[in-house]
Design a protein around this ligand. Structure first.
Ligand code: AP5
Length: 223
């Protein structure tokens, strides 16, 4: 998939478990466009024991959003690094209207903008099934599912050989709260990006390869 010859920013939205991480990782490999995942950045900070990581953990464990100022500051710093000069695939950011306004401002100051915002929808009961079966690798966060996308060895990552684990926030009660928070705080972004003329909505309740095929068509139509 060819990278457009101009800075290109993709927002991937959707409820927890919609497949944002799975699809953005494939797109990153294919397009050479850097994936910037707010949840992964918080988890990396937690592993390093930074104050931001420790602060974020208390929100993540409850399935709530980390405060906007912390999240926006983290993303602003990440987007200014050299590997994001061609743009980025934003996975899980923005997640509130104030975050979206801040992102527009920071890109606008550099003469850039969001080119496409893709909203992936998946029914709630499918989400519960996906989250409870998700496994993630310790080294780089490669994502698997015990049924829908299993690794060869259930405990080992196929890509880098590190241990697979279940995220603390993938427990049923926490997932329910994350879904509630999604509908309350993040779903309004669908209207926001529609009004800006950059929204594409797609059905994520299909096998991974088919979702990927659809995303490829969407990207090709924008390039
Ligand atoms: P984050 O890590 O971003 O979690 P999330 O958005 O809730 O999304 P997930 O990573 O859970 O799901 P996903 O859509 O990436 O699905 P995946 O591809 O893994 O955020 C975690 C926390 O950090 C938040 O709760 C919040 O506290 C904080 N945070 C993050 N960003 C923030 C922000 N902007 N503001 C404030 N706080 C923030 O797939 C899920 C499973 O399904 C996998 O097992 C996968 O193999 C499987 N699967 C994927 N696609 C398919 C398919 N098509 N068919 C079958 N199975 C599939």
């Amino acid at each position: 998939m060819a990278l457009p010859d101009r800075p290109f920013y993709v927002v991937l939205m959707g409820p927890p478990g919609a497949g944002k991480g799975t699809q953005s990782a494939i797109l990153e490999n294919e397009m050479g466009l850097k994936r910037v995942a707010s949840g992964d950045l918080f988890r990396e900070n937690l592993v390093k024991g930074t104050p931001m990581g420790v602060q974020a953990k208390s929100y993540m464990d409850r399935g709530e959003l980390v405060p906007d100022d912390v999240t926006v500051g983290m993303i602003r710093e990440r987007l200014t690094r050299s590997d994001c000069q061609k743009g980025a695939i934003l996975d899980g950011f923005p997640r509130t209207l104030p975050q979206a306004y801040s992102l527009d401002r920071m890109l606008g100051m550099a003469g850039r903008r969001i080119n496409i915002a893709i909203s992936i929808s998946v029914p709630d009961e499918v989400i519960m099934e996906r989250m409870t079966g998700r496994r993630v690798c310790r080294a780089y966060g490669h994502v698997y599912h015990v049924i829908f996308n299993p690794s060869k060895d259930p405990q080992i990552c196929d890509v880098d050989g590190s241990e697979l684990y279940q995220r603390d926030d993938d427990k049923e009660d926490t997932v329910r709260n994350r879904l509630y928070v999604y509908y309350k705080q993040t779903a309004p972004l669908i209207g926001y990006y529609f009004a800006k003329g950059v929204l594409v909505e797609m059905d994520g309740n299909q096998p991974i390869e088919e979702v990927h095929g659809l995303l490829g068509q969407i990207m090709a139509s924008q390039a």
